[in-house]
Design a protein around this ligand. Sequence first.
Ligand code: AQP
Length: 324
Amino acid sequence: MEKQTIVSGIRASGSLHVGNYLGALKQFVELQNQGHHCYFFIADLHGLTTPFEPKKLSKDTLDVAATYLAAGIDPKKSVFFLQNHILEHATLAWIFNCLLPLSELERMTQYKDKAKQHKENINAGLLTYPALMAADILMYKPTAVPVGEDQVQHVELARVVARKFNHKFGKTFPEPHTFLRKPLRIMSLSDPAKKMSKTGDEALLLDDEPKEISRKLKKAVTASESGKASAGVENLFLLLEHFGKQEQIAYFRDAQRNNSLKFSELKETLAKEVAGYFAEFRAQKKALLEQPEYLAEILGEGARKARTVAQSTLQEIKHRIGLL
Ligand code: AQP
């Protein structure tokens, strides 16, 4: 198998949920273990685009770092770092900001959604988020970017940026493709019309204790609207497909076909499976959070490796665009 260069990140905006895990983190670990050249970072600068509180941001960053490691990211195999430690990202983002038409940024779905969600804080960073994301990605000249479905539009924009830059200044960047095994979007438990989100309604977190998982799933909305198949129930089935056993999926699908599906039974089974799936993860994450110096050391080492590549890319870009 040809080795690919892979880049992706996750915002430091709160504890990760099962959507982040299935849409992103799980694939990161698989790609790393297949021996690809992987760069994974914590998008702490992107964390500033929605309302944040300094103490919580630091805590969330360490939390996401421990989550990556407990889920299986191995700093010996992957370059693992904090976005803000590599100053070159912000410089490249500025260069891309000057290349991207405003209209391209204004049509981004995530910008529109987040602007609606945070009416009191529609900052310029929220709008130019995709320019920074294009910089995060293209800096390492990857061939593939594993992201969940909601981020595909941003990766496409990074391809547009690469194309524009190459056309104007000469071939510099490969056009990375989105790595998405199967379109996957986990929906909110309380409002299945919306995606599950760290900053949205109460999400099912990777480090929720079994009791908490049961409580959240018990409350999950299953009602259907005007005779349509319930999006909430399909969301529970989607989770069961990822965390449950084949025979459980078959059993509940049969019951659904026979109109004998008991939501409470489905929810109880799912809660047990999710709790079991993340049991080891929870223990490892707790242990890691007790060693903040160790986390800092790992992130420092990752930054050193990422910086070498970033400095060289930026040097090349500056030369191409005439910056002395
Ligand atoms: N509900 C989801 N289903 C599948 N994948 C998802 N991802 C996020 N939500 C779902 C994927 O997780 C990765 C990390 O996302 P991010 O934190 O960088 O940004 P996001 O997409 O904005 O994630 P959230 O959870 O919604 O966070 P907030 O509330 O901070 O905005 C991405 O690959 C994303 O596709």
